[in-house]
Design a protein around this ligand. Structure first.
Ligand SMILES: *Cc1c(COP(=O)(O)O)cnc(C)c1O
Length: 233
């Protein structure tokens, strides 16, 4: 399938899911996940209307961001970091990304804050929450979440916009519903405590419709737009 056609189809599915859930489709932002995808195909997506691109590796994104700027100088795409970030890459990441979805420790937040302050940037971030016991998954466990949120909201150069999660993979999208519902409950609890967050980044190619029904405001979709990736990430 052509990228433009796939993108349109995903956008239509997003709109339908929102309407089905009684939500306004404009509340839901599509992050087109372009990790491992070559620049030419990313440009196709941008020309077809993608406005947010998601990458999970800093070095790979750095090249693409400068190459895209060169090829489409006045493009207004946003770049989001959706993958795990190591502290020693914070300095490179801050000038590159409009939103970082994967903040999961106070030490990473502090380093991002320090780097953002140096350049006068207000860095938008999400806290990644770990809702399953899978060893491989990053994210702060629920028990440490409020402490991390309090710390971040006291940092002068970070803007906390919301929460992100990545449930274990299931073939059956329904099985991810409890995780999405749980993140929404946690976000409501955070709001009740007086922290103004309004983004919930959850849902991927396989399960974004379920995520939208459960309150997602950002869905991160790669395969359904660009086709299967050649490597496993
Ligand atoms: C790769 C990735 C996605 C997109 O996955 P697809 O199944 O290709 O839609 C979403 N979120 C994160 C964090 C990813 O690493």
């Amino acid at each position: 399938m052509e990228i433009a056609e796939a993108l349109n189809r995903v956008q239509e599915n997003i709109n339908d899911s929102a309407v089905r859930a009684g939500r306004n489709p404009d509340e839901i932002k599509l992050v087109a996940v372009s990790k491992t995808i070559e620049l030419q195909r990313i440009i196709e997506a941008v020309q077809a209307g993608a406005v947010i691109l998601g990458e999970n590796r800093v070095q790979e994104a750095q090249k693409k961001i400068s190459n895209l700027k060169f090829q489409i100088p006045n493009s207004r795409v946003e770049w989001h970091l959706i993958g795990n970030l190591q502290r020693n890459k914070a300095k490179t990441a801050v000038p590159l990304f409009d939103l970082i979805h994967s903040v999961d420790s106070a030490s990473l937040a502090e380093e991002l804050n320090r780097q953002a302050r140096k350049t006068g940037k207000k860095q938008r971030v999400l806290v990644q929450v770990k809702l399953s016991d899978e060893e491989s998954k990053h994210g702060v466990p629920e028990a440490g979440l409020m402490d991390l949120i309090e710390r971040i909201t006291n940092m002068d150069s970070l803007i906390l916009e919301g929460l992100m999660t990545m449930p274990p993979f299931f073939d059956e999208p329904e099985k991810t519903r409890p995780y999405f519902r749980k993140l929404k409950q946690i976000a409501d609890m955070v709001l009740e405590k007086g922290f103004l967050i309004n983004e919930l980044s959850m849902g991927m190619s396989n399960d974004f419709e379920v995520a939208i029904e459960e309150g997602a405001t950002m869905v991160r979709v790669g395969t359904a737009i660009f086709g299967a990736r050649s490597c496993d990430r």
